[in-house]
Design a protein around this ligand. Structure first.
Ligand SMILES: [Zn+2]
Length: 371
C-alpha cells in the first residue's frame, strides 16, 4: 500500500513539475567524443552538430540556445505554460497570450513598500484596500513627461482616457473646471484612485487677470470646495485659463497652496480636432521634462492619446503627474510659482539658484486658443 501511495505521489510530483516547466530539453548524448553543439528548432526538434555545421544550421532556423525556441504564455487566470514558438498561434486560439503585461500589473503598498505582480482583474481590490498601481517608484534619472488635460471632465471622453491610462499604469494631470466637477464625481474619484493629479482650471474658465479681490478669490474658493466635497482634498495645482496670470493670481494661488502650471507643448488639439495631427505633433517634439497640453473633451484627442500612451512608454518616457515630476526633478513644486516645463536646463536653473521658479512666461501672454 505504501508503495502505491509513493508511486502516486511520485507521479503527481512529476506531473506538477512537467506542468510548471512545460517543456524540458531532449537529452541528446554526445557519442562522438568531439565537442558537439546541441541545436533546437522552433517546432521542437533537437540535434547535435559539429561547431562548423552548427554555424551553418543557424542560417536555416536552428538555435543553439534552447530558450530561443520557447515562449512563455499566460491565461487570464494567471496560469502559464512554456511552448515552442511554432505553437504560439495555436495556444493564442485557446486563450493564451505571450504578453505578460496584458495579464499582470504591478501594485505596491505605500506603507510597507512591498511590490507585487498581480492579475489585472485583482488590481482594483488591491487599490480598494490601500495599495497603489505601479511599483511606486519614479526613476528621477530616466526621462519623464506630464500629460495634462484641460476643460474637463468630459463624459465619455474622460472615461476612455482613464481606461487607457489604467491599462498602461500611466498617470496624467487633469485641470478641471469647478463647475464641471459636481456632475463628474465618479470620474474624479476614479482619477484619484488611478494616482492622477486632480487639479484646477478655475471655476468657470474666466481670464483671471480680468478679476481682482473677492471675484478672483472665488474662482479658487469654489473649485477647491467642489473638489474637497468629492475626494476630500483640494486641487494639487492650478492652470489659469489662457495661461494668463499676474502677481495677484500668483499670490492667491500661493494662498490656496497651488503651484501654477503652464505647458511646453501645445498640441493644438482643440483646433485641428485631428488625431493624426495631435499624435505627430507630440511625437516629433517630445523631450524629457515636457508638460503637454491637451483637452479631454474631444474624441479626436482621446483617439490620439490612446496611441500616444504606449508609444511614449516604448520610447522610454515615464508618464507621471505634474506633482510627481516636480518631486522627482526639483524636490517639489512651490505654491504660487509658475512652471512651464521641467526640462534639464530648467531643473538646473531651479536647483542651482534658490530664488528661481522655473521658466516663467510673460505676465499676461495673450493666447489665441481656448485652454
Ligand atoms: Zn481651458
Amino acid at each position: 500500500m505504501k508503495k502505491i501511495v509513493a508511486c502516486v505521489l511520485l507521479a503527481v510530483v512529476l506531473i506538477v513539475c512537467m506542468g510548471m516547466k512545460g517543456i524540458v530539453p531532449v537529452d541528446v548524448s554526445d557519442t562522438s567524443g568531439e565537442e558537439m553543439v546541441t541545436m533546437y528548432t522552433e517546432d521542437g526538434r533537437s540535434e547535435q552538430f559539429t561547431p562548423s555545421e552548427a554555424e551553418e544550421q543557424k542560417t536555416v532556423g536552428w538555435y543553439d540556445n534552447f530558450n530561443d525556441v520557447l515562449t512563455t504564455m499566460w491565461k487570464e487566470d494567471g496560469s502559464s505554460i512554456v511552448v515552442y514558438n511554432a505553437d504560439v498561434n495555436e495556444y493564442e486560439k485557446n486563450g493564451y497570450t505571450s504578453n505578460y503585461s496584458s495579464i499582470f500589473a504591478k501594485v505596491f503598498n505605500p506603507e510597507t513598500e512591498e511590490v507585487k505582480d498581480v492579475l489585472k482583474s485583482e488590481v482594483q481590490s488591491y487599490v480598494d484596500s490601500g495599495w497603489k498601481r505601479g511599483n511606486g517608484k519614479i526613476d528621477p534619472d530616466a526621462p519623464m513627461i506630464a500629460l495634462t488635460f484641460d476643460d474637463g471632465p468630459g463624459a465619455e471622453t474622460t472615461k476612455r482616457l482613464l481606461d487607457a491610462l489604467e491599462e498602461n499604469n500611466a498617470r496624467a494631470t487633469f485641470f478641471m473646471l469647478g463647475d464641471h466637477m459636481k456632475g463628474a464625481a465618479d470620474t474624479i474619484k476614479r482619477m484619484q484612485s488611478l494616482g492622477c493629479d486632480t487639479a484646477s482650471h478655475t471655476y468657470d474658465h474666466t481670464q483671471l487677470t480680468s478679476l481682482s479681490g473677492d471675484s478672483l478669490k472665488s474662482q479658487f474658493e469654489k473649485s477647491t470646495n467642489n473638489l474637497k466635497d468629492i475626494i476630500g482634498e483640494g486641487p494639487s495645482t492650478v492652470r489659469p485659463p489662457y495661461g494668463s496670470y499676474n502677481d495677484s493670481v500668483k499670490s492667491i494661488a500661493k494662498e490656496y497652496d497651488q503651484p501654477i502650471i503652464l505647458w511646453s507643448v501645445d498640441t493644438l488639439d482643440w483646433k485641428s480636432k485631428n488625431a493624426d495631427a495631435v499624435y505627430s505633433n507630440v511625437m516629433s517634439t517630445v523631450q524629457d521634462g515636457d508638460i503637454i497640453l491637451f483637452h479631454d473633451i474631444y474624441d479626436s484627442t482621446i483617439d490620439a492619446v490612446v496611441r500616444l500612451i504606449p508609444a511614449l512608454m516604448d520610447e522610454g518616457y515615464q508618464l507621471v503627474t505634474v506633482t510627481e515630476m516636480g518631486e522627482a526633478k526639483v524636490g517639489g513644486l512651490e505654491p504660487g510659482k509658475v512652471y512651464t516645463d521641467l526640462w534639464p536646463s530648467t531643473v538646473k536653473s531651479i536647483t542651482g539658484s534658490s530664488t528661481s521658479g522655473g521658466s516663467e512666461k510673460s505676465e499676461t501672454s495673450e493666447k489665441t486658443n481656448n485652454n
